[in-house]
Design a protein around this ligand. Structure first.
Ligand code: SF4
Length: 404
C-alpha cells in the first residue's frame, strides 16, 4: 500500500479523537468547484501552553487494533480498510510536512498492536527519532497506552510536549460494558503516574524534561446513558485528582455495523458545546457541578448556556452592583467573562462605572442589563421579574436592546 493511501486511512481514523479543535465542522469540499475543503483529514489545530494556535499532523500509527471497544470504528471486529505506518514513515511525513510549513507538530495515537508495551515502544520511537536523530523542535502530543511500562512513560515524557490518556467513558461501569478489554483502574493508575512525574519535574527543575504541556484526556459523550451531571462530576474528579490541563468531550458518532447496545444516532452537537461551557465554568468561574446541573434529569439545557440557565434559576442572587460586587459575584453575571470582570475591577478603582462605559469595557449592555445595577438605571429588578425574560434574552441582540 503506498504511503498516501496509508495517510488517507490513518488520518481519517484519527479524526475521532477530539483533542483537536478543528474536528467536527460541517462537510464541504471543492470537488464540485470552489476553493478549499473541510473533508480532508490529517491536519488539526491545538493550543500551545502560551495560547498560540498550532497546526499538527494528526495520525494513528495503525488502525488495526487488537481491542474491540464497541464505540470505536477501529475496533478489531470493524469492517474498515486497515493500514499501518512504520516508524520511519511517520517520521518522514512529519519532517516533510514541517519543512513545507504545513504543520508545526505531530499528534500521534495508535490502535493496540500486540500489547500495551509494544505499542507504546513504537509511539515513543517516533518521538525519539524525531527529537534525537533529526533535532525536531516542533510540538509533539503522544497518546499514552494504559499500563504501559514505567520506563516507556518516562521516555514518552522526555520527548513529547503533551501526553494524554483517554478515560473514554464517564463511569467504570460504562467502560466495562462498552470496552471490556479496557480497565478504568489501569487508566487512572497511568494518569496518576504521569501526575507524579509532572510533580517531580516541578519540584526538581534540573531533572529530565517531562511533558511540559502536561496531560489531557477525552470522554465520549452520548454512547451510554450517563447524564451531563455524571460526566461533569467525572471531569471535576479528574481535574482535582490529576490536575489535567483539559478534558475534551467528543460526541459519540454512530459507526458502521454498530452493536445494538449503542444509540442509533449521535447526540446533538450542541450538547458537546454546552459541556465545554460548563467545564469552563467549573475551572474558571467558581461554579460547582451540582450548581450547574441542578435539574431533575441532571442534563444541561441545550437552548441556553449553563451560566444563563443558572442565573435564571437563581434570580434572587441578582442584580449585582457593578461598582461594588466582588469578583466572584461579577463572574456569575451572564454576559461577563473573566476578562471583562478584570477590566471592570481595574476601571472602577479610578471612577464609577456607568452604563455608557460598558461598551469601552467590551460588555454587552443588552445581555447584562437584567442582572446588574448601574448608576442611573433602575430597570434590572423589573426585568428580572419578567416571566418571559429567557425568551427576550434569546431574541436577536438588536431586538433585545429595544425590548429591554
Ligand atoms: S483501544 Fe479501543 S478505542 Fe482505542 S483504537 Fe482500539 S478499539 Fe479503538
Amino acid at each position: 500500500m503506498d504511503i498516501s493511501r496509508k495517510l488517507e486511512i490513518l488520518a481519517d481514523a484519527a479524526k475521532y479523537d477530539a483533542s483537536c479543535a478543528s474536528s467536527g465542522t460541517e462537510r464541504r469540499t471543492s470537488r464540485a468547484g470552489g476553493l478549499g475543503s473541510t473533508t480532508g483529514m490529517g491536519i488539526c489545530h491545538s493550543y500551545a501552553p502560551d495560547g498560540r494556535c498550532i497546526s499538527l499532523l494528526k495520525v494513528l500509527l495503525t488502525n488495526a487494533c487488537a481491542f474491540d471497544c464497541l464505540y470505536c470504528v477501529n475496533r478489531s471486529s470493524s469492517n474498515v480498510p486497515r493500514a499501518r505506518f512504520t516508524v520511519a514513515e511517520v517520521v518522514g511525513l512529519t519532517l516533510d510536512f514541517y519543512r513545507r510549513n504545513y504543520i508545526e507538530g505531530l499528534f500521534l495515537s495508535s490502535g493496540i498492536i500486540r500489547s500495551a508495551d509494544y505499542t507504546m515502544e513504537q509511539v515513543v520511537e517516533v518521538a525519539r527519532t524525531l527529537r534525537l536523530d533529526h533535532g525536531f523542535r516542533g510540538y509533539i502530543h503522544l497518546k499514552t497506552i494504559p499500563d504501559a511500562d514505567e520506563r516507556l512513560v518516562a521516555e514518552a515524557g522526555r520527548f513529547a510536549d503533551r501526553l494524554s490518556i483517554n478515560v473514554e467513558m464517564p463511569t467504570a461501569d460504562g467502560l466495562a460494558k462498552l470496552a471490556p478489554e479496557k480497565d478504568m483502574g489501569a487508566i487512572r493508575r497511568t494518569m496518576g503516574r504521569l501526575r507524579l512525574r509532572l510533580d517531580e519535574k516541578a519540584a526538581e527543575p534540573r531533572s529530565p524534561r517531562f511533558a511540559p504541556a502536561g496531560q489531557s484526556t477525552q470522554m465520549i459523550v452520548g454512547a451510554d446513558a450517563s447524564s451531563d451531571q455524571t460526566i461533569l462530576q467525572t471531569s471535576a474528579g479528574l481535574y482535582a485528582g490529576y490536575r489535567l490541563k483539559r478534558v475534551y468531550y467528543s460526541a459519540f458518532s454512530p459507526i458502521p455495523d454498530a452493536s445494538r447496545v449503542l444509540p442509533p444516532t449521535a447526540p446533538p452537537l450542541v450538547r458537546e458545546h454546552r459541556l465545554y461551557q460548563a467545564d469552563w465554568l467549573l475551572r474558571f468561574y467558581g461554579f460547582g457541578v451540582d450548581e450547574i446541573t441542578e435539574t431533575a434529569d441532571g442534563m444541561l439545557a441545550l437552548d441556553i448556556d449553563p451560566k444563563l440557565a443558572w442565573a435564571l434559576r437563581h434570580r434572587d442572587r441578582f442584580p449585582v452592583d457593578v461598582n461594588r460586587a466582588d469578583r466572584e459575584a461579577l463572574l456569575r453575571v451572564p454576559g461577563l467573562g473573566s476578562k471583562a470582570v478584570g477590566r471592570i475591577l481595574a476601571s472602577r478603582r479610578g471612577r464609577t462605572i456607568r452604563a455608557e462605559d460598558l461598551t469601552r469595557l467590551h460588555v454587552p449592555l443588552s445581555r447584562v442589563a437584567p442582572f446588574v445595577i448601574l448608576p442611573g438605571r433602575s430597570d434590572a429588578r423589573r426585568l428580572l421579574d419578567l416571566e418571559d425574560l429567557k425568551q427576550r434574552i434569546l431574541r436577536p441582540q438588536r431586538q433585545l436592546s429595544l425590548a429591554l
